[in-house]
Design a protein around this ligand. Structure first.
Ligand SMILES: NC(=O)c1ccc[n+]([C@@H]2O[C@H](COP(=O)([O-])OP(=O)(O)OC[C@H]3O[C@@H](n4cnc5c(N)ncnc54)[C@H](OP(=O)(O)O)[C@@H]3O)[C@@H](O)[C@H]2O)c1
Length: 308
């Protein structure tokens, strides 16, 4: 019986080691496929002449507009401020010799979609980037958020409704189409003191992954994109670092993952952070440290405001 026990233990050990080795090999190969080989020229105007980007006049959205124009797409830019839209559109036309159109709307409102639909009518669309999004001015306890009802409504309209209202686009897709929904790493777990933001981003992630399963067989790619910090106006990060890249750097990396990952952190250092915070660190610790970090930020913000 001891011999039998020993050989069972041996087999269990051998199988565990073999499956662990296979798993590591699989992760290495798929990592190589995504982060080194990329998806080639999947994102080209062969998908359809036009690319649509919301929130296209700053930060990550502006970088998507630039990169897609560089790849030869005609650009439909949808954002809030007409002068900023004109600036970006002119710069894209000059630098990349592409056609552009703009629509100025406030995604905080829900009556804007017929205007967008009219602007899109007759266009053959290959790519849509649902990028527009807003966060908190500073981390805050839910009940202390100034003008709370209005805050919740606006955040839901900008972050969630804008993503759900893409349905008029489907008839514009030729055979294939790509939709990138910009969620956030804050949608991967609850982030205290940014609770409403984090929850809207969790919605975007679930919505995208559910729809991808529904429409994959129709040739439509729907990707959930979950960045950690990117140096933009929203995060007020002025000095980019390896883990807080410029939006240009982030977007260049993200676009190589389209078609290879339904859900992505989009940029290798962010993928490592995503893996650490979901697989390695228990969720309670992630929430605890999120609370500590945001409490410190909130304190700093409120002190600076008092000093002014
Ligand atoms: N930056 C990050 O670290 C980070 C991390 C994770 C996820 N994200 C997500 O990435 C997306 C882009 O973020 P970002 O940092 O690039 O933001 P950003 O620099 O603040 O730029 C936001 C863009 O959206 C437009 N916009 C804002 N509110 C609008 C409204 N109500 N109606 C129409 N347009 C509006 C802005 O136009 P105006 O200039 O005219 O206001 C601007 O073009 C967001 O969905 C955000 O949640 C960002």
């Amino acid at each position: 019986t001891t011999e039998f026990g020993d050989s069972v233990l041996l087999w269990v050990g051998a199988l565990t080691t073999a499956s662990l080795a296979l798993w590591i090999l699989y992760r290495l190969l798929s990592g190589f496929r995504i982060w080194v080989m990329g998806n080639g020229d999947l994102l080209s105007p062969k998908l359809g002449k036009w690319a649509v980007v919301t929130g296209a006049t700053d930060g990550i959205g502006k970088s998507y507009a630039e990169e897609l124009a560089r790849r030869g797409f005609s650009m439909m830019l949808i954002s809030r401020t007409q002068e900023k839209l004109d600036d970006v559109a002119q710069s894209l036309e000059r630098r990349y010799k592409v056609e552009t159109k703009t629509v100025a709307v406030d995604f905080g409102q829900v009556d804007i979609y017929p205007k967008i639909e009219t602007a899109l009518s007759g266009l053959e669309i290959g790519v849509l980037v649902n990028n527009v999004g807003i966060s908190y001015p500073y981390p805050e306890f839910f009940l202390h958020i100034p003008d709370l009802d209005n805050f919740i409504n606006t955040m839901i309209n900008v972050n969630i409704t804008s993503v759900c209202q893409f349905k008029p686009l489907f008839p514009h897709f030729r055979a294939k189409g790509v939709i990138l929904n910009i969620s956030s790493a804050s949608g991967m777990y609850p982030v205290p003191l940014l609770t409403v933001y984090s929850s809207t981003k969790a919605f975007v992630d679930f919505f995208s992954r559910g729809l991808q399963a529904e429409y994959k067989s129709k040739g439509i790619i729907i990707q959930s994109v979950l960045p950690f910090f990117v140096a933009t106006k929203m995060t007020k990060i002025r000095k980019p670092t390896l883990d807080k890249p410029t939006p240009d750097r982030y977007v260049a990396a993200e676009l190589t993952t389209v078609g290879l990952q339904d859900q992505t952190n989009g940029y290798f250092p962010h993928a490592v952070m995503g893996w650490l915070t979901t697989v390695l660190v228990p969720i309670n610790l992630v929430i605890y440290f999120g609370m500590r970090m945001n409490k410190a930020q909130r304190g700093g913000y409120l002190r600076r405001r008092k000093l002014r």
